[in-house]
Design a protein around this ligand. Structure first.
Ligand SMILES: CC(C)(COP(=O)(O)OP(=O)(O)OC[C@H]1O[C@@H](n2cnc3c(N)ncnc32)[C@H](O)[C@@H]1OP(=O)(O)O)[C@@H](O)C(=O)NCCC(=O)NCCS
Length: 182
């Protein structure tokens, strides 16, 4: 039987990777994360350095930390190297992992991304927000599209090979007035 959805209980909590080192180390070593993120030691080093122009958060479900999300502004050189040099200056790039296997496939990442995008699009909104994943990471693609990201292009990552770059509109949708009760 399918596990129940957890969407309603998802929240983003403040995080400093340095203080969550043991938790992040465990998540990075979990086979389902290692499969897509690669070398856990290298990734831990990366996470312990502050995100350039961005931030980080723990993903919680009913106050229990189950994952990690980080957003930062890639350098122009990094974008150019990946063939993404036409993306506007200040584009934010998101990385996400649900570390606790029991919480996979229950809508946690897509809800966390919706919450994050809403927060990032509060003024001043970045010119673009992207999220990338290997072309065969079907769970990631599904979660990102459920959060509103749209496949923009394929590119070749120097480390991970064929990837999809997905983008989301950073222009806030105007709220429509609620219909008056009759
Ligand atoms: C990618 C990841 C963040 C998604 O997190 P999640 O909380 O499981 O995502 P969601 O539940 O919101 O959405 C996943 C969707 O993919 C589906 N799915 C899971 N495995 C799948 C597969 N092998 N093929 C197709 N769809 C799959 C789920 O059923 C779900 O769809 P649904 O909501 O329609 O049921 C998580 O799998 C993860 O942390 N993976 C390891 C790290 C990683 O890959 N990070 C991203 C790439 S860099």
């Amino acid at each position: 039987m399918r596990e129940p959805r957890l969407t309603r209980a998802v929240a983003l909590a403040p995080c400093a990777a340095r203080r969550e080192r043991a938790l992040l180390q465990r998540w990075l070593a979990a086979p389902h994360v290692r499969r897509w993120w690669g070398d856990p030691a290298r990734n831990l080093d990366d996470l312990l350095s502050p995100p350039v122009g961005g931030g980080e958060a723990l993903i919680e479900v009913a106050a229990r930390p189950v994952g990690y999300v980080r957003w930062q502004i890639p350098s122009r050189d990094e974008l150019v190297e990946a063939g993404l040099g036409d993306l506007p200056e200040g584009t934010l790039d998101i990385d996400i992992a649900i570390g606790e296997p029991a919480y996979l496939g229950r809508g946690v990442a897509s809800k966390a991304l919706r919450l994050l995008v809403r927060r990032l699009c509060a003024t001043p909104a970045p010119p673009a927000i992207m999220i990338c994943t290997a072309v065969d990471n079907l769970a990631a693609l599904r979660a990102y599209e459920a959060a509103g990201f749209v496949r923009d292009r394929l590119f070749e990552d120097p480390q991970f090979g064929a990837m999809w770059c997905l983008l989301i509109s950073t222009v806030a949708t105007p709220r429509l007035p609620r219909p008056r009760p009759r």
